[in-house]
Design a protein around this ligand. Structure first.
Ligand code: CO
Length: 134
């Protein structure tokens, strides 16, 4: 079911500072910031040769990463995104196996304009998993 790692996401308290750190200290190429109100985050992508790192900052009052940052005020690894060929088939197979799909269970359009879903971290060893159809 799983294809490549599409990205690894890190929640940060200050996106501008995190962007500067990755760009200036680590010497990476960082994309322009993109507000995703439907997901409650603003994101940039650190573009690497083999994958991307997504830096996430809360957007709006009920951002899904606000509680995470309250527990991890310096920031921390938030989720890993795996590519799948067919997100509906993947969802149905995972649901049938007892895994919990977050939210309504219907894919939302993610930062790359493609459908995404999230799986409950308690079902996958404490790691929030995002699936993205590519
Ligand atoms: Co993501």
């Amino acid at each position: 079911m799983l294809g490549r790692v599409n990205h690894i996401a890190i929640a940060v308290p200050d996106l501008a500072a995190a962007t500067a750190s990755y760009r200036d200290t680590l010497g990476a190429h960082v994309s322009q910031a993109q507000a995703l109100p439907e997901h409650g985050v603003t994101v940039v992508f650190v573009e690497l040769e083999n994958t991307k790192v997504e830096l996430l900052e809360p957007l709006g009052a009920d951002s899904p990463i606000t509680a995470f940052l309250a527990k991890n005020p310096a920031g921390g690894m938030h989720h890993i995104c795996y590519e799948v060929e067919d997100i509906i088939a993947a969802r149905d197979q995972l649901s049938a196996a007892g895994a919990r799909v977050l939210g309504s269970g219907e894919p939302k359009i993610g930062a790359h304009g493609k459908p995404v879903l999230f799986l409950h971290p308690k079902d996958f060893f404490g790691t929030l998993i995002e699936l993205e159809q590519v």
